[in-house]
Structures are given as C-alpha cells and as structure tokens.
Ligand binder design. Structure first.
Ligand code: PLP
Length: 452
C-alpha cells in the first residue's frame, strides 16, 4: 500500500478501507466471495501488461509463451473440475461470456449453414446479396430465457439489455402459487415460440433447476440449451449439484462467472461441446477485447483450488448454511420466496416487514449487514425499489461461519427489518426509498456483525 500511497494516497486509503469494511461487515451478497491470497496474488502482477489476442499457440502477438502456459492450465483445470469437453477462459466477465455464447451459437447455427449454401469459406467471400441475407437472418433469431423478476439475469433476454434487442425474445417465469419453475409452461412456450436458444440459469432463484428436463425441451424444438451457471458454479465444481442438476452433461453450452460461488478472480468462462468449440474460441477478438492474462493466471489458481477435495466440503457447507439461514428466518416469521432454499441463496420478501427492498437494503447496511435488494416474482415495486432482499452464503462460508452463526445472523436480520420503518414522504404518505432505524439497534447489530 505504501507504494500506491506514494502515487495517489486516496486510492491507498480506499483499498485499506475496503479491507476494513469486508472484515467488519457481514458480506451476504449472494454473488460475492473472498478469493484466496494465491488467487489475488496471481492477479496482481506483470501479466497485466501483456497483449495476447487469439488462443494459446495461435496468437496475433509475439512473446506469449507464458500467457499460453496460464491459459492452457486454466482451461485444463476447468475441463477437469467440470467434466467439460472444451473450456474457453478468456471472457472478462459473466456478461462477456454470455455474449460469446450467443455469438458462437449464431455462428454455428446461422452463419455456418449460410456459408455452406454459398460455397464460401468466410463471410468476406459472400456476395453482397448473400451477406445482406445473412445479416437479416442474424437479426431474426429467437431466444427463450427466464424472466428477470422470476430470477433470471438481464442477459437472458431482458428487453432493455442487448440480449433483448439482439434476439426476438420471450421469457418463462415461475408458478405464481409456488414460486417454482414450471417445466410444462417452459415446454409449451418453447413449442409455440421455437427459439434458437433456450437459456436456463438464474441470479435470484433459490431452488434447483432440472437441466435434463430443460435439454429434453430444447431437443424437442431444435433449440440450443445454454446454461448460465454464474451463481452456482461453485456448487457444480464442489459436486453438490450432480445428475439432473449438473448443467455440464446436459447443456450444449455453459457460461459462468469465476468470482461468485466458484471463489476465483472476477471473470467469466465458457464450457461447451466439441461442436461449438471452434466458434467459442473466436470470441476474442470478434466479441471480446484482448484477454486479461493476469486474470487467466488467477483463474488457473482458483480452479486448481476448486479441484481439491476440501472444495467439496466448502460447497456443501454453503448449502447447509443457506438452509440454516432460511430456517432461522422462517422461524422468526419472515416470508421467503418459494418458502426456502436448495442452493446458496435466499430471497426474502420484505413486504411482510412493511418495507421496500431498497429500504431494507439500506437499513441492513446501517447495521453492518451487506445485502442487495432484488425483485420478487410479479414485484409491485418494480426493479428499482423492489420488494425483496437477496442473501447468500458463499462469502461467510469462506470465512468459516457455520449453521449456528447462520441462525444468529437470521436473528440479526429479523431484528433490523422488524425495527425499520418506511420514512414519511415529503408529499405525505410513506417513502419507497428512505427508512428510519433506531441508532441504538443499528449500533448493537453492527457491533455483533463485526464480532462475527
Ligand atoms: N449471469 C448471471 C446469472 C449473473 O448473476 C451475473 C452477475 O450478476 C452475470 C451473468 C454477469 O456477470 P458479470 O457481472 O461478471 O458480467
């Protein structure tokens, strides 16, 4: 830090303060974790100075032998950990991994047949007419994904996102009565809509997805099944999600982040079958900017950690803790979407406390508990204020907390949410944004949060 302080002391201070915050507050954001020192160190070094467009052994730049080593190792570890045919470890983030996957499927299912029809090797060889036709075909493809308010991600076809504009999109949701995925409804939507891609996976669904069934549906309508396992990749790596619930044997293409439950550096990754490999590997420079060699080095380290037997214990502990947290909240009267959890996350419907998600998030932060607000299915408060709080256990499990502490944390959350009220709005009524929480309650909970 002293080296940084000599150049820009405010950055050094922000880094030190961030460490203090992450130590003193309870990090319950379901998509965050604590990467190991080995992973962090693999990321903070001279690899960051290197350009390496292309793939290992086939670069557009000279001098890439050491990058080749780390990229090859990261891909090897990824294939071993997930049992995948092919791994592409260059995406800079989860969204980038999804864009690469969309592009690869379009390339495989739209561009390759068009080239074959025209007897061309690449798009530059197409006549102007064939090229115009291909561009029209690209723009006419359909995607079916889980809706945002049911727990899907923005990139699964949400209209304001690029995915909702690239594709003619339709969403599937959850059963309003149970909050659970309704596979018959997904099948009916797929039969009617006949999408090119079906996207499964989620950011805020607290249950398991049956990927064998999703593949059956995709096969029936000739769609490619893409699974975005960004949130639960650590549970797949740790063999908690197996059989029908492991996406890798069932999906044609799997994308993930590396920094959530997988506990690696911030980044993304694509796993796929051999048929898609050549399309995926052209991700950089066709979709992505130059790869980040320092992050690929850190991915190799984190994936080597995920291959160890103790990672299985960690993954199981994430789920045990999540269940204990859900139980603790239910016993105290909280309302949970789907009534509980089978994975690493819990979605609290905070309308039962008379709060919006935004108020609940802010009140919890006052008390040293870091969460994020999240829509619940059919949310009356929309995506900004929301009615939910999403909490997850990957980070606190890394810190060694167990089920007894989870029950205590459920109590702390309940104390804060029960003690908080909506602030009066300027024009009468109550605000959706602001809250009131007794300072003594906030202080007392924050002190316990720091001790934990
Ligand atoms: N996919 C899912 C399911 C996610 O939950 C997220 C993160 O929020 C992403 C993709 C995007 O990841 P990133 O922020 O690394 O682009």
């Amino acid at each position: 830090l002293d080296v940084i302080r000599g150049v820009e002391p405010r950055v050094a201070d922000a880094i030190a303060n961030e460490l203090a915050d992450q130590r003193e507050m309870l990090k319950l954001i379901a998509s965050e974790n604590y990467a190991s020192p080995a992973t962090l160190l693999a990321m903070g070094n001279w690899f960051s100075d290197k350009y390496a467009e292309g793939t290992a052994g086939r670069r557009f730049y000279a001098g890439c032998r050491n990058v080749d080593t780390v990229e090859t190792l990261a891909a090897e570890h990824a294939r071993t950990v997930f049992g995948a045919d092919h791994a592409y470890v260059q995406p800079h983030s989860g969204i980038d991994a999804n864009l690469v996957a969309f592009w690869a499927v379009l390339s495989q299912k739209v561009e390759s047949p068009a080239l074959a029809r025209a007897g061309a090797r690449q798009v530059n060889d197409l006549s102007e007419q064939d090229w115009a036709e291909l561009r029209r075909e690209f723009g006419n493809q359909r995607m079916l994904g889980m809706s945002l308010d049911a727990g899907g991600h923005l990139t699964h076809g949400f209209r304001p996102n690029i995915s909702g504009k690239m594709f003619d999109q339709r969403s599937y949701g959850t059963d309003p009565a149970t909050g659970l995925l309704d596979y018959d409804a997904v099948r009916a939507a797929a039969r009617e809509f006949r999408p090119l891609i079906i996207v499964a996976g989620y950011s805020a669904y607290p249950r398991l997805v049956n990927f064998r069934l999703m593949r059956e549906i995709a096969d029936e309508v000739g769609a490619t099944l893409m699974v975005d396992m960004a949130h639960f990749a650590g549970l797949v790596a740790g063999k908690v999600l197996t059989g029908d619930f492991d996406p890798v044997p069932h999906a044609n293409i799997v994308t993930t982040t590396t920094h959530k439950s997988l506990r690696g550096p911030r980044g993304g990754m694509v796993l796929c079958d051999e048929a898609l490999a050549e399309h995926v590997d052209r991700g950089c420079p066709m979709v992505l900017g130059g790869p980040l060699p320092h992050v690929m080095a850190a991915k190799a380290v984190a994936l080597a950690e995920a291959a160890r037997p103790e990672f299985r214990d960690y993954a199981q502990a994430i789920v045990d803790n999540s269940r204990a947290l859900a139980e603790g909240l239910l016993t105290r009267g909280a309302k949970l979407v789907t009534g509980g959890t089978d994975n690493h996350l819990v979605l609290i419907d905070v309308s039962g406390y008379g709060l919006t998600g935004r108020q609940a998030e802010a009140a919890l932060l006052d008390a040293g508990i870091v969460t994020n607000r999240n829509s619940v299915p059919q949310d009356p408060n929309g995506a900004w204020y929301t009615s939910g709080i999403r909490i997850g256990t990957p980070a606190l499990t890394t810190r060694g907390l167990g089920t007894a502490e989870m029950d205590e944390i459920a109590g702390l959350i309940d104390t804060v949410l029960s003690g908080a009220t909506a602030a009066p709005a300027k024009n009468g009524g109550t605000s959706k944004a602001h809250h009131v929480l007794d300072a003594a309650v906030a202080e007392q909970v924050a002190k316990r949060a720091a001790d934990l």
